[in-house]
Ligand binder design. Structure first.
Ligand code: FAD
Length: 424
């Protein structure tokens, strides 16, 4: 086996970083849920440790310029009119999500209707309450780094079911943001790569894959590899930039043109201490308005040596601020934090950011999504092998799609396909 990696590092979307004071901060994927059993298994095997994300206190929301402090965790600071409306809609979505086939979403009962509808259309036809509309917009930005019109209802429902439930997706304790790895998740890939030795070849961008009757030739920058099978582990948007001979079947080729990546600039803003905790806040701020950071969480290190807020520019806002300078984005991020947490937020000791849209070998995150009509037209090509080419990566996972856990499980699935193919 040979691993060809385009970058001069491993870990892909799980990039590690540091503040000036030496504290490790995750610039890419970071949180692990209790159900992420394969990732947790690797963490243990590789001698890494996890710790609980900070989650004491209550969250806040910003809606029409007004900051509201939640009275309890479940309502996120929604007003008495909006809270039951959001609950009602969440119930409808949970019922619909139950109907989705994870192994073949295009075969879901009512797939054609669910896929023809954008999530924005579904929201519009299910409520007229402005705060509820704003809530769902904020949720889609936070989960998909996209706008509600940019994904189909079927994709939303598939993702909810794949990741257990809406509640799991948005929760810290008991949810997808529950745990972190001491020192950062990139160490999982680094330690795996160390164990593999010179099997992992860095700086080898794959440009062309040629299949013959007997094998497959993989052309990369500075390397050419002949193998019996190949697993392509990049998201469809990147897989479509590789040349194939013979050309990919039409449905697979079209899929790579239909699954854009989300839009995110991730920021980490550090303070001498996590001052928001003293005010009874858990650091979760959800922005229901347009402009500025769309969501923040407490991302302080486990040793409590300083306070860190992680904040995300997401969806349309990420694309809008991508043209600004880092200094201008820093000002915007701080402005958001002052609005959320008060004047103490005005004087951070450090600011670091990562624009994932500008990364040649990622081109956006958190992952790829499917817009209206795409699951039913192109979905069958997402994971189906093409001759000797197998597809893996978080986007191709049935369970925990979009997450590190989904990436690992998709790798196991593709490896089993290859082993099956080699022995037949
Ligand atoms: C800001 C951010 C926050 C996130 N938060 C979380 C989180 O909290 N929890 C979670 O579980 N997940 C999170 N994710 C998602 C998680 O990082 C991904 O699901 C996971 O890393 C996907 O792994 P992958 O192997 O499928 O793809 P990738 O990590 O993208 O790996 C693909 C690899 O292929 C390489 N490559 C690209 N093109 C080529 C080429 N032509 N030739 C050779 N190599 C190539 C890339 O350099 C990369 O190393 C987040 C992602 C980001 C960016």
């Amino acid at each position: 086996m040979i691993v060809l990696e385009a970058r001069d590092r491993v870990a892909g979307r799980n990039l590690g970083g540091h503040l000036k004071n030496g504290v490790a901060v995750e610039m890419g994927g970071q949180w692990i849920a209790e159900g992420h059993t394969e990732v947790l298994g690797l963490v243990g095997e590789l001698g890494l440790e996890t710790f609980a994300s900070y989650d004491d206190g209550v969250p806040i929301t910003l809606f029409r310029g007004q900051v509201t402090r939640a009275t309890d965790l479940s309502q996120l600071g929604l007003t008495p009119t909006a809270a039951p409306e959001v609950d009602r809609m969440a119930g409808l979505l949970a019922e619909l999500a139950e109907t989705v086939s994870l192994s073949a979403p295009w075969l879901t009962e009512e797939a054609a209707t669910l896929d023809a509808t954008t999530f924005a259309e579904w929201v519009r036809s299910n409520t007229t309450e402005p705060e509820a509309v704003a809530y769902w917009q904020a949720l889609v930005r936070g989960v998909f780094a996209a706008e509600p019109a940019e994904l189909s209802l079927l994709h939303f429902l598939f993702y909810v079911k794949s990741n257990t439930s809406l509640e799991v997706l948005i929760s810290t304790t008991g949810g997808a943001q529950e745990q972190r790895v001491v020192g950062g998740t990139h160490q999982i890939s680094e330690r795996l790569a160390e164990g593999l030795g010179d099997v992992v070849r860095l700086g080898r961008r794959v440009t062309r894959i040629v299949q013959t009757d007997t094998g497959v030739h993989v052309h990369a920058d500075g390397a050419e590899v002949t193998a019996r099978r190949v697993i392509v582990t990049v998201p469809p948007a990147l897989a479509g930039r590789i040349d194939y001979e013979p050309a990919l079947p039409a449905q697979r080729d079209a899929l790579t043109q239909q699954m854009p990546m989300g839009s995110v600039i991730k920021t980490q803003i550090a303070y001498p201490k996590p001052f928001w905790r003293e005010a009874g806040l858990n650091g979760l701020a959800s922005n229901f308005d347009d402009g500025g950071l769309s969501v923040t969480l407490d991302n302080s290190p486990h040793d409590g040596s300083c306070g860190v807020i992680v904040g995300f520019f997401e969806g349309a806002e990420a694309r809008a601020v991508a043209d600004l300078t880092p200094e201008q984005r820093k000002d915007l991020a701080i402005e958001s934090l002052v609005t959320f947490f008060g004047p103490e937020a005005a004087d951070p000791i450090d600011y670091v950011e990562q624009d994932w849209m500008a990364e040649e070998f990622t081109r956006g995150c958190y992952g790829g999504r499917l817009g209206a009509g795409a699951w039913t037209s192109f979905g069958p090509a997402l994971a189906a092998p093409v001759g000797r080419i197998h597809w893996a990566g978080a986007e191709s996972a049935e369970v925990w799609n979009g997450y590190m856990e989904g990436a690992v499980r998709s790798g196991q699935r593709a490896a089993a396909e290859v082993l099956g193919g080699l022995s037949s």
